[in-house]
Design a protein around this ligand. Structure first.
Ligand SMILES: *Cc1c(COP(=O)(O)O)cnc(C)c1O
Length: 425
């Protein structure tokens, strides 16, 4: 037996309040029974059928595979607006977009709360990222601060939509347009941002970059998409990504190719092609689950959403929240969040911490050049947020009710636990 285990579990200890002793972390019964939750990508037999079609086609790769073409067409139709090119990944899509606009300046504005892989391509294109803090609501780039930073050497604004949120920032888009700054949207986590989400209109953007990887809505393995209305951006996709196969099937060895070989995986394309067919149902299921979950926990003190509960166009990739430690008698910083995370996790709720550092600390080119202190909202979110990961169907409102029960159980015990944490810290 190790000491750590026994000291953490006051099983029948005298003086331990019942609501603490019944917590799963301390030996109580978990609220969400094992096996209740279906983890994304929620495999079904239809995915196997899609893969079998690739095998039967006798061809496992090439951008001119009919499955890739069918996927691009079906997805373009689903968006109702954009021309679509499938590429190897969401990161590849961002790289291609930034590469296209790189001659407009030497810097790209983007938020400090960001996915490192999304920011990496800025440097690959020979540009320098300039970081902007985020808004606490929505976790998107702070539009007022960003607008003031639109100097002549800014080539593009890379707006990152996290967790399924829509980052509309209309004024920032207008200012960028006036100054000839390109608008690139990383919608890897927000597939519905490709739909008309601005009072019935589409967001004003030059390129939307989407991921089809296994964790995202299309849950397809390794896949990405470039969406644009500009045919020359579409042509640029092939220039950056292809070396030896072309859309019309010719074997080309283009002297202009950057040769990144960002071809879409045909097996992934087959799964994505099937998923697009059911995308509306998937999104509806996610939104219903999120509304149920939020309704059930919104009255708990010290808990705030990182999404707009009224946004019916949210893609709900996950269900992000932040805690307000002071309101729960918990110490500031990340200790309170970490305690709550451990408690909920033990109850069987699939909760996670996203990243723990601002994006510039993850990348060798920017590490040490930026100061955390200049990004108070980013730091606050990094310290206090957590997200519920399994919010997609086939998990339904009954599963959400179990999550809700677990939150209530933990919150009831918190007053008896917070004094303990304060002492530990
Ligand atoms: C997933 C993701 C990416 C990268 O997509 P890949 O397909 O994994 O390369 C970029 N940005 C954000 C915000 C993402 O969530």
């Amino acid at each position: 037996m190790n000491n750590h285990d026994s000291s953490n579990r006051p099983k029948s200890a005298k003086g331990v309040p019942h609501n603490v002793a019944s917590l799963a972390l301390f030996g109580g019964t978990p609220t969400v029974p094992r096996g209740t939750i279906t983890a994304w990508p929620a495999a079904t037999k239809e995915h196997l059928d899609a893969l079998a079609e690739v095998v039967a086609s006798g061809r496992y790769h090439r951008v001119n595979h009919y499955i890739v073409g069918n996927l691009e067409e079906r997805f373009a139709r689903w968006t109702g607006n954009w021309a679509v090119r499938a590429v190897g990944s969401g990161t590849a899509a961002i790289h291609i977009a930034i590469d296209y606009y790189k001659d407009r300046g030497s810097r790209v504005l983007t938020s400090a709360l960001n996915w490192p892989g999304a920011v990496g391509p800025i440097s690959s294109c020979g540009l320098e990222p300039t970081f902007v803090d985020v808004e606490l609501n929505g976790a998107g780039i702070e539009p007022y601060a960003a607008s003031k930073m639109l100097e002549p050497d800014v080539a593009a604004v890379l707006t990152t939509h996290l967790f399924g949120n829509n980052i509309l920032v209309p004024n920032l888009r207008v200012s960028a347009r006036e100054k000839g700054v390109a608008l690139i949207d990383d919608v890897c986590q927000s597939i519905a941002a490709t739909n008309p989400i601005v009072d019935g209109d589409y967001i004003d953007s030059d390129v939307l970059a989407l991921s089809g990887n296994g964790a995202k809505h299309l849950g397809a393995g390794e896949l990405g998409f470039v969406l644009t209305k500009d045919t020359s951006v579409i042509e640029h996709v092939d220039r950056v990504s292809l070396t030896s196969s072309s859309r019309d099937g010719a074997r080309i060895f283009s002297p202009d190719s950057l040769g990144h070989n960002y071809r879409p995986n045909v097996f992934s394309a087959a799964v994505a092609h099937y998923r697009v067919k059911h995308l509306d149902q998937q999104l509806q299921g996610r939104r219903t689950n999120a509304a149920t979950l939020w309704q059930g926990i919104r009255h708990l003190p010290g808990l705030l959403p990182l999404f707009d509960p009224c946004d019916k166009h949210n893609s709900v990739l996950s269900f992000p929240l932040r805690i307000v430690p002071e309101e729960l008698g918990l110490p500031p910083g990340s200790a309170g969040r970490d305690l709550i995370l451990k408690l909920l996790h033990a109850e069987g709720v699939p909760v996670c911490v996203w990243l723990t550092k601002p994006v510039f600390e993850y990348l060798p080119g920017t590490r040490g050049k930026w100061s955390k202190g200049d990004f108070p909202n980013t730091m606050l979110l990094l310290d206090t947020m957590l997200y519920v990961s399994e919010i997609a169907p086939p998990n339904d409102v009954d599963v959400m009710k179990l999550y809700i029960n677990a939150f209530h159980k933990v919150w009831e015990a918190l007053p008896n636990l917070s004094s303990q944490t304060t002492r530990e810290c």
